[in-house]
Design a protein around this ligand. Structure first.
Ligand SMILES: C[S@@+](CC[C@H](N)C(=O)[O-])C[C@H]1O[C@@H](n2cnc3c(N)ncnc32)[C@H](O)[C@@H]1O
Length: 290
């Protein structure tokens, strides 16, 4: 693809906002909260964790405490990905699935290992594309798991090419109506979309201060809860399962706040979740037959 004078590949990054998001993921590449956890077993995640914390990791010898906490945080992030994967439906090895906003590819590799299917990941960070494709090469799966420098709002993939699509903490970067229009185009009839996201609670009011602090940290635009369901309904995507994962993610944040890889965003997350202004939601929806 040709590049413009900013060194940006034409057509993928279409707004100054998208360039800023891409720049964030291209430059925040040494964040220990991602790298040290990924180094535990080679699955690099850029999402949060769910499940009960084994608080005994804080006990025992101080010299190995940090390592125990890192492993525990990573285990909880794996649990989150496994939970998402279980919602993807009956994916066959012959199916193709899409990871919208694939990061360093951790969930994509887990999905391929679970179903044997072909996985395409798209991200607007060229650095992440390179990192994840290197991981695919190390695993010997480059023919089955591929990462692309593409915009999930306009992927360029064929219509009805995918059995399932997921987004793991990526929808807060895009317009949901545009995103779900593209996903409805890409999904086969009856195909499944799975989303894990943070969204703000518009039942009790507008965006809270804590939610605004999270937005500022990640250059994102957290959507209200209602927006997801409006945008799904407008695009022939019908919810079959909605789970509020907020109670399951709070322990992860409490442990992370005590860890050496805390970034400072732990407090706004814990405040927002505990005051009820923010939810961690799983949404599963199926595409209406054309
Ligand atoms: C919080 S990370 C999540 C990464 C991954 N889903 C995971 O669970 O590890 C957000 C990701 O969304 C991607 N992203 C943001 N806007 C995008 C867009 N318009 N198209 C494709 N990817 C996008 C970023 O490049 C980054 O990879």
């Amino acid at each position: 693809m040709p590049t413009n004078q900013l060194g940006v590949t034409d057509g993928v990054l279409r707004s100054d906002y998208q360039k800023a998001v891409a720049n964030y993921w291209n430059t925040n590449r040494n964040d220990p909260v991602n790298l040290r956890l990924g180094d535990v077993d080679g699955y690099y995640h850029h999402h949060y964790g769910i499940g009960d914390v084994d608080w005994s990791v804080l006990e025992g010898p101080e010299t190995t405490r940090d390592d125990r906490v890192i492993r525990e945080l990573h285990r909880l992030e794996h649990m989150q990905a496994r939970f998402l994967i279980e919602q993807l439906g009956d994916v066959e090895p012959t199916d193709r699935v899409l990871d919208g906003g694939s990061g360093r590819g951790g969930t994509s590799f887990m999905v391929h290992e679970r179903f044997g299917c072909r996985v395409d990941g798209v991200t607007i960070s060229e650095y992440q594309v390179g990192f994840a494709n290197d991981q695919a090469a190390k695993r010997g799966v480059t023919d089955r798991v591929k990462f692309h420098f593409r915009n999930m709002l306009d992927t360029g993939f064929d219509t009805a090419a995918f059995r399932s699509i997921w987004t793991n903490e990526t929808t807060m970067y895009v317009d949901l109506f545009k995103l779900f229009a593209e996903f409805a185009r890409l999904l086969k009839d009856g195909g499944r979309y799975v989303c894990i996201t943070g969204c703000y609670n518009d039942i009790t009011g507008g965006r809270s201060r804590a939610v605004s602090q999270i937005d500022a940290k990640y250059i994102c635009n957290i959507h209200p809860r209602s927006e997801y369901f409006k945008a799904l309904a407008a695009n022939n995507l019908v919810p079959i399962n909605v789970i509020d994962l907020t109670p399951q993610t709070i322990p992860y944040w409490e442990l992370r706040a005590k860890s050496s890889v805390a970034t400072g965003v732990e407090e706004p997350f814990l405040t927002a979740y505990k005051e009820g202004s923010f939810h961690y939601l799983l949404i599963v929806a199926d595409r209406i037959v054309r």
